[in-house]
Design a protein around this ligand. Sequence first.
Ligand code: G
Ligand code: G
Ligand code: MN
Ligand code: NA
Length: 253
Amino acid sequence: LYIEQGLLRAIADEQFVLNYQPVVRLEDGQLLGFEALIRWDEPTHGRIEPDRFIPVAEESGLIDYIGSWVLHTACAQANTWIAAGFTDLRLAVNVSARQMRAGDFDTIVRDTLAATGFPAAQLELEITESTLQSVDRSRELLGRLKALGVMISIDDFGTGFSSLSLLKHLPIDRIKIDRSFVQDLPDDANDVAVTEAIIAMAGSLGLALLAEGVETPAQQQFLRARGCADAQGYLYSKPLDVHDVDLLIASPS
Ligand code: G
Ligand code: G
Ligand code: MN
Ligand code: NA
């Protein structure tokens, strides 16, 4: 109850902020864009991480409002980085299953793109495998989202239960290998096998790939050698606040 009441206050008092984690090209570390990640700065309790409040927001339905705020705010902020010269940046936004089920999610995306002027082709919506569970509804909604011109990614890939046929038949652009598989590369034989299988599968299905949670040069080297295209992780950068993204774009290293 405490978190839920706090979320209502957070909405009213605008206590949410977005951080942005750089996404890089594995081959050369080139910055490709950002994943928007919500944080809640509660005036008395300090920063509250999304793992603590997103489930409550989903349960209570507040995620519809919060998710729309995230989408709008991320598009508006990323527009300023496009204007600052990072013209082809890619912006990834997390979307909850509940938002996808709302029925009018594609309308929200369309209206947000129209209101902010953010280029559809540069927006990537991250959904999880569980969101795909009801295949028929997913197919229809994903089709409408694709018609808007946005990209669709599967987040935390490997932790859910999506079948290969689902990946083949739904209009998905990219899979993001969950960091639990990346964490113990290249030493853990199971994780090596799983990661190699995911990379091979993505290749044969024509899906783009991103490895999450890359923290060491050895992980980077392993993934690079096997042809994984993109990465995120502390090796490159933790999630940054808006000001730090402004600085990064003003003077790319
Ligand atoms: O940023 P961090 O590692 O603390 O994120 C923890 C979890 O919260 C991740 O699973 C991430 O996908 C989720 N998350 C972060 N921002 C958002 C958001 O804007 N919407 C949704 N639905 N989930 C988010
Ligand atoms: O589930 P999702 O992929 O959206 O979660 C992203 C979360 O992962 C972010 O909250 C971010 O803080 C966290 N994260 C990003 N890079 C790393 C990393 O290299 N190591 C660890 N442990 N967490 C990371
Ligand atoms: Mn994500
Ligand atoms: Na993830």
